[in-house]
Write a protein that binds this ligand. Structure first.
Ligand code: GDD
Ligand code: MN
Length: 360
């Protein structure tokens, strides 16, 4: 009987110490398959790609892909999956947290129930603390599960896992519709192709062998804005949502500084100027950090971008006030609606300019 062909796609970033032990374990678990392992590395500074390359010389079933720009776990996984030769594609982490021994069980489930995709769900429902996750990560995970449930329209025990197997043809069907979900590729796949029959197999999430997790505040931010974008049916793009949230926080900053300054008996015009500048500065820094994290400005470019942002904001304020006044005088005599119209014009204006001229 011919063996099932299966490709393991392993995105890596700074995992040089983990790939050898990963290969050893995977080889054992994959002995019943016609397998290959594809490392997709984002040019890690610790030399992961170089190591993977050497290991690939020793065994032709191991391959190494290096990417030079546009870093990201989901992006790397998609690229690896598109380059794979297996009829089954398995995406998993190489840091020891995903046990290759679970693959066999996942494939059996896929075949037995005629499914298109099977994910390995971390056992989260148990009360005791999960070894692989800190208490904060567990809380975040619960929140993420809940939000994902709303977006997907059904509840999974672990929609956020990074360990799953999908049939190649199902993946190819889905791939053109995928966005950039950062770490959460499974969720995007299930959301983009509602026709996929999906099942879950529980597994014990292990402890990272060497190095540290790459999940940080940007990854979480990307995930939340990605889900919100999906909730709008994709009408509002991820970056606009991020821009809006940052802008919203700027309104709070503005009023906080304004009232603080006024309480210090600072004249209104000065207080208003200081508040506007503080809010604009905060907005610029946050957008540079979060909204445009993949095009982040540094050094002189950052200073220059900041000055441009201030000019844009100044024009925006004028546009905002005029739009509000016009709306109020010509259309509706409701202060709230008129103000909203002004803010909307200002925001769209800033977003367009920011995209085209600041974070190019
Ligand atoms: N190519 C590439 N580029 N690989 C990356 C990147 C990246 O920017 N960031 C992380 N990786 C690789 C890591 O090297 C590792 O093999 C795997 O992706 C998971 O990254 P970790 O940094 O270990 O993530 P984690 O353990 O915090 O998160 C895991 O659990 C999450 C659920 O809590 C991942 O499996 C996530 O996908 C999962 O959602
Ligand atoms: Mn990990």
């Amino acid at each position: 009987m011919s063996q099932r062909s299966l490709s393991v796609i392993a995105p890596t970033y700074n995992e040089s110490e983990n790939i050898r032990p990963f290969i050893e374990k995977a080889k054992e678990a994959l002995s019943r398959f016609d397998w290959e392992i594809i490392f997709v590395d984002d040019n890690s500074p610790d030399g992961t790609a170089e190591k993977a390359f050497h290991l690939s010389r020793a065994d032709h079933r191991i391959r190494s892909i290096t990417r030079l720009s546009d870093r990201g776990l989901a992006k790397s996984s998609i690229q690896g999956m598109l380059s794979a030769r297996g009829e089954l594609l398995c995406v998993m982490d190489v840091d020891g947290q995903h046990d290759p021994a679970v693959i066999q069980e996942m494939v059996e489930r896929l075949e037995r129930d005629g499914l298109h995709i099977v994910s390995a769900a971390r056992r989260l429902e148990r009360d005791q603390e999960m070894e692989g996750l800190s208490p904060l990560r567990q809380k975040l995970s619960t929140f993420g599960n809940w939000l994902s449930g709303i977006v997907l329209g059904r509840t999974l025990s672990d929609p956020l896992t990074g360990f799953f197997i999908i049939r190649r043809d199902s993946f190819l069907q889905t791939a053109p519709h995928l966005g950039d979900p950062g770490f959460k590729l499974l969720l995007d796949i299930l959301h983009s192709n509602k026709a996929l029959r999906h099942g879950e197999v529980p597994f014990d999430f292990g402890v990272r062998l060497h190095g540290q997790s790459k999940l940080d505040v940007y990854v979480i931010w990307k995930f939340v804005t990605f889900l919100l974008s999906k909730l709008t049916g994709g009408i509002l793009p991820v970056s606009l949502i991020s821009f809006l949230l940052v802008g919203g926080s700027g309104i709070f900053v503005h009023f906080a500084v304004l009232y603080a300054a006024l309480s210090l008996m600072i004249p209104f015009a000065v207080a208003q100027t200081v508040a506007t500048l503080t809010a604009a500065t905060g907005n610029f820094l946050l957008n540079n950090l979060l909204t445009f994290s993949d095009r982040r400005l540094r050094g002189w470019a950052k200073l220059w971008g900041y000055l441009k942002f201030l000019v844009v904001s100044a024009v925006g304020i004028v546009a905002n006030v005029s739009a509000a006044t016009l709306t109020y005088e010509r259309l509706v005599h409701v202060v709230f609606v008129a103000t909203l119209a002004g803010i909307a014009i200002d925001t769209v204006w800033k977003f367009v300019i920011a995209n085209r001229f600041i974070w190019k």
